[in-house]
Design a protein around this ligand. Structure first.
Ligand code: TXA
Ligand code: MG
Length: 332
């Protein structure tokens, strides 16, 4: 059974020691909780894949606490320096050529590595106590919703994770933006996050190519091509709507973006007044909470796919079995 520890100096010291000894610890970041281990220890990395039941061909993000560690891990470039200066510490992951110190287990045998420097103060306190970078995927069972609270990790992974560091509810609530800088022609946007594309392009002074990550596809999904894009999925059937809510059937819930639209029982909201930053902050928590209520179906309102709305639509599209055509919310 997992133990949730508060971020006291004593607990942080204890968890840093557990990590140094090859253990795994669920840790808070400003995006979602991660399942961390020493990125330089292949045996510890194997434990993370095992706990998540994640296919070994799906690489992990390496998280650092200090910028100085970066050159040890990856080969930097002019573009990476621009992005890092603008967005680190924060919810941006860059993919760069890896340095030999990073074991191939972390990168699923590819010559590239994904790196991120989280801004969450508790994460940084822990990272400061570790003399190695932390490899961490989101701390959810493969294919389920990412956790934004320590309790979510306990509920979905309590049997396979011993230690959870409590850093409160994640500020951002959506996984980081991922940009690959390994293509010499142009940077590639692999995953939408909270940073609007125009801001990334302005910093790079370049257009991004959009290319969805295809790696996060389970064997099961491969057998059912209709589900190829399904990910971040609750157990309850999710349907999406834009604008006017559908008439709910028996035992069906409706989730609005704005609390002012809630009128009756079975209606919920993602924010007080439709602010999409607040929607992102509450999205996964609401999904997980409602997923436990055994509704027959949940109808979610989606925002316009602009700015952070693009990442929200992307995640909701993956969580839904049926919804608006996904092509509309494709990055490109
Ligand atoms: O916000 C986040 O990014 C969270 C927190 C914990 O940092 N982490 C996270 O990790 O979402 P994960 O493993 O759930 O998603 C990382 C994605 C995966 O789709 C993986 O395939 C991709 O990043 N990835 C990792 N390394 C890569 C590489 N070298 N090349 C291409 N894609 C990579
Ligand atoms: Mg994940």
């Amino acid at each position: 059974m997992a133990q949730i520890l508060q971020p006291t100096p004593l607990n942080l010291d204890r968890l840093a020691k557990i990590l140094a000894d090859g253990g795994i610890v669920a840790v808070p970041t400003e995006t979602v909780y991660g399942l961390a281990c020493n990125a330089l220890d292949p045996t510890a990395v194997a434990k993370v894949y095992e706990a998540k039941r994640r296919p070994s061909r799906n690489p992990l993000i390496v998280h650092i606490g200090e910028l100085e560690s970066l050159t040890q891990i990856a080969e930097t470039s002019e573009d990476s320096e621009k992005l890092i200066k603008a967005f680190w510490p924060g919810p941006l992951t860059v993919i760069l050529p890896k340095q030999p110190i990073i074991p191939s287990e972390v990168t699923a045998g590819t010559p590239t590595v994904a790196v991120r420097m989280p801004s969450h103060s508790v994460f940084r306190e822990l990272a400061r106590r570790c003399s190695f970078p932390l490899a961490a995927p989101s701390a959810n069972p493969f294919g389920y919703i990412s956790p934004t609270k320590a309790e979510h990790v306990e509920q979905s992974m309590g049997d396979s994770v011993e230690w959870i560091l409590d850093g409160g509810k994640c500020e951002g609530g959506l996984e980081s933006t991922i940009i690959s800088l390994t293509n010499t022609v142009a940077p590639i946007l692999l995953r939408h996050g909270s940073i609007p594309i125009h801001e990334l392009e302005a910093v790079l002074n370049k257009k991004l190519i959009s290319k969805e990550i295809k790696a996060e596809v389970s064997q099961e999904a491969l057998l059912s091509p209709g589900l190829l894009r399904r990910h971040y999925s609750p157990h309850t059937e999710i349907r999406l709507f834009e604008g006017v809510a559908p008439k709910p059937g028996e035992n069906e819930a409706i989730v609005f973006l704005n609390a002012n639209d809630c009128r009756r029982e079975g209606e919920f909201s993602l924010s007080k007044n439709g602010d999409l930053i607040e929607v992102a902050h509450n999205l996964y928590d609401t999904l997980q909470r409602l997923d436990r209520k055994e509704f027959a179906r949940i109808h979610f309102q989606i925002p316009a796919a602009i700015g952070i709305g693009q990442a929200i639509c992307d995640r909701m599209g993956r969580a839904a079995v049926i919804g608006p055509p996904l092509a509309r919310i494709d990055p490109g």
